[in-house]
Design a protein around this ligand. Sequence first.
Ligand SMILES: [Zn+2]
Length: 310
Amino acid sequence: MHITKNRITVGNTIAGNPIDIVTYTLAAKTAGKRVHIQSGMHGGEITYWVQHRLYNFLKENLTAGEVVFVPCANPAAWEQRSYFYTFGKFDLYDGKDPNTHFPGKPDGSLHQRIVHALQGLAKTCDLGLDLHTARKSLPYVIFTKESYAPLVREVGLKYNFLDDGDPSGSFDAGLDPLNIDNLCIECGSHDEYDAGKIEQVFQGILRLLARLGMIDKSLTVHPANDSHWFRKDKKILTRDAGFVRYDVELGKPFKKGDTLFTLHPSSELGAEQPERAPEDGVMYKHAPTHIYRTGDETLHYIPIDALVKI
Ligand SMILES: [Zn+2]
């Protein structure tokens, strides 16, 4: 096994220190496929746990090919901090989501340069994985082509989002035009440590590596559940400002008429407004807060009849 730790300098901080993207490459003695796994495109989305577990496992078990780990893909986004909150979803300089810049620009804004460097790393891989977290959620895959469904099945998560509309400049917009297979995996909630979710994603990535002949298949386990995809979800906005208590659980199907959540409108201390489900469905993510303005997004659900089994 050959291990390389590398740094790509994309610029300097105002204090004159380098802004580096740190990468780790594990190369087996036998040639094989190349997999690129990046985390932390958005500061505050901790998928480092999965990278750490995979890296240590593959140091012992990678038998062919090469895996490139990029644990903090966007170092600038991780420095946008206020008190204990890391505001890495948007560049506070231009208000843009850094994950809309792929394939990046070598002479653009700092975030565009970072994306350009990531694209340079990923463009020679056979499979690219972009790990994120989503508000409060269970792990799920976002994928851009129906032809990726066998890969999604391999990851083995229950509900997965086929986002095959116009490209938004996220990681897929760099790799799809190069015909490189790629998946975005939402590994759970923001700023979370959940051993069960980490294990689910870790096992899913192992199955992908076994499929590519990079590790022994006997090291993998079967997914614990069926996998489905959906193309359209529904989101519910608050009718008024106030405080929300969720009454349904992530991933647990609900029936039409069930109370999804209860809003306590802050304009009337004694009041409660239950929000009823308009149809049968399942909540797969909700906003990572109990505090809402009028019209804020609360939960996203999948109508049960929108689910397609893989
Ligand atoms: Zn993200």
